[in-house]
Write a protein that binds this ligand. Structure first.
Ligand code: CO
Length: 134
């Protein structure tokens, strides 16, 4: 069912430092920071030939990233995002398999302007999974 790996998101306590690591030490192409107030994050996109890395930093008071950074002060992998062709069909299949869909179960428009859902980490090997209708 899942298709391409769309991105891996890494929560970071210092966005400039993280961007510098990817730009300088790893030699990657790194975007300018982009504020996404609707999602409570500022994002730096790292473009790789086969996928993206998203460096996430909390923005605003109710950022979903803040609790993660409180538990992981030096940062860490926050979620992986897989593409699906049909997000509602994917959701229904996952629910039938017993997976927990976070929130109210209805897709939201994600940071790329496409519908997304998040799946409970306990159902996916300890990893928060995002699915995006590509
Ligand atoms: Co994501």
């Amino acid at each position: 069912m899942i298709g391409r790996l769309n991105h891996v998101a890494i929560a970071v306590p210092d966005l400039d430092a993280a961007a510098a690591v990817y730009r300088n030490a790893l030699g990657a192409q790194v975007s300018a920071p982009q504020a996404e107030p609707d999602h409570g994050v500022t994002v730096v996109f790292v473009e790789l030939s086969n996928t993206k890395i998203e460096l996430l930093h909390p923005l605003g008071d109710n950022s979903p990233i803040q609790a993660f950074l409180n538990k992981n002060p030096s940062g860490g992998m926050h979620h992986v995002c897989y593409e699906v062709d049909d997000i509602l069909a994917a959701r229904d299949r996952l629910k039938a398999e017993g997976a927990r869909v976070l929130g109210n179960g209805e897709p939201k428009i994600g940071a790329h302007g496409k519908p997304v859902l998040f799946l409970h980490p306990k159902d996916f090997c300890g990893t928060l999974v995002e699915i995006e209708q590509a």
